[in-house]
Design a protein around this ligand. Structure first.
Ligand SMILES: Nc1nc2c(ncn2[C@@H]2O[C@H](COP(=O)(O)OP(=O)(O)OP(=O)(O)O)[C@@H](O)[C@H]2O)c(=O)[nH]1
Ligand SMILES: [Mg+2]
Length: 267
């Protein structure tokens, strides 16, 4: 499994990989910008090969002046695309910042499978943990499926949960459902709440199919793509998630125009 580790400079990305590997393989320092390029670290665990991709800290674009750094940020995002699962490391000391949110929004938009690891919790007093959790949860409202771990790479706390969670996300990404089963299951969801009436008409849903895995991609063939609103798309996505047990992975829902009510032919 290929796992990319991303986050702001100094968040503890290299420290996390060292903790996962159980060795000081990467240089860690309090100077932000230590890792300047993507680095692969390979380990064998329980007979399985893991490649951890350390990346350069992702910073606000306006702050990036030198060419090398601009290059490393785009490489970091590229590494996330090539990985099966990405881990976004957030520094708990500073809380979730604008740049973290941008990175998360980007990964979500790209439908990248990822988890969030809030690092350096050893520096947070127990009394402040509740607020931190609440803040993080609020900021992740745009992608409520993304799981969050609270860890300390330095004290090796919670680090053991990263790989099992990444494996679980990957497994969800590999789900495969047959067209017959998915149409039978979704009929109920579609009938329970019909698409809203827009300008006197509502979109007719003919049939759907799973078009791809990793991430699971579902294509709905509908009479009228323009009459499917975001809220209804979210309702369908949630229906699919519930039916097929996709809790943490991204799901892609696509609507395509069709005039062929295939389900009627099959009926
Ligand atoms: N208290 C505390 N400090 C940590 C933890 N993890 C990392 N650090 C410290 O944070 C600093 C940055 O750690 P790195 O692992 O180099 O961070 P990075 O994200 O790889 O940084 P860049 O490569 O510069 O982007 C170092 O001084 C680490 O010792 C942690 O869990 N707790
Ligand atoms: Mg680093």
């Amino acid at each position: 499994m290929r796992l990319a580790v991303l986050g702001r400079p100094n968040a503890g990305k290299s420290s996390l990989i060292n903790a996962l590997v159980g060795e000081q393989r990467l240089i860690v320092s309090e100077v932000a910008g230590t890792t300047r390029d993507s680095v692969d670290v390979t380990v064998i665990r329980n007979g399985k090969r893991y490649v951890f991709v350390d990346t350069a800290g992702v910073r606000k674009r306006t702050h990036i002046t030198d060419g090398l750094e601009r290059f490393s940020v785009s490489k970091a995002l590229g590494s996330a695309k090539r990985a099966e699962v990405a881990v976004v490391v957030i520094d708990a000391t500073g809380g979730i910042g604008v740049q973290d949110k941008r990175l998360i929004a980007y990964l979500d938009k790209e439908r990248t499978p990822f988890l969030v690891a809030v690092n350096k919790v050893d520096t947070i007093p127990q009394s402040a943990m509740g607020k931190l959790r609440q803040d993080i949860q609020d900021e992740l409202k745009i992608c409520p499926h993304v799981p969050v771990l609270y860890i300390s790479a330095m004290k090796n706390k919670g680090v053991g949960k990263v790989l099992p969670m990444a494996e679980a996300i990957r497994k969800e990404c590999q789900i495969r459902v047959g067209t017959g089963a998915i149409n039978r299951a979704m009929r109920e969801v579609l009938d329970k709440h019909q698409p809203p009436m827009i300008s006197g008409r509502r979109a007719k849903f003919y049939y759907l199919t799973q078009a791809a895995e990793a991430p699971p991609t579902f294509v709905f063939f509908v009479s009228d793509v323009d009459r499917v609103r975001d809220s209804y798309a979210r309702y369908l996505e949630n229906g699919l998630r519930k039916l097929f047990g996709i809790k943490m992975a991204p799901v892609k829902v696509v609507f395509r125009a069709s005039h062929t009510p295939k389900d009627e032919r099959n009926a």
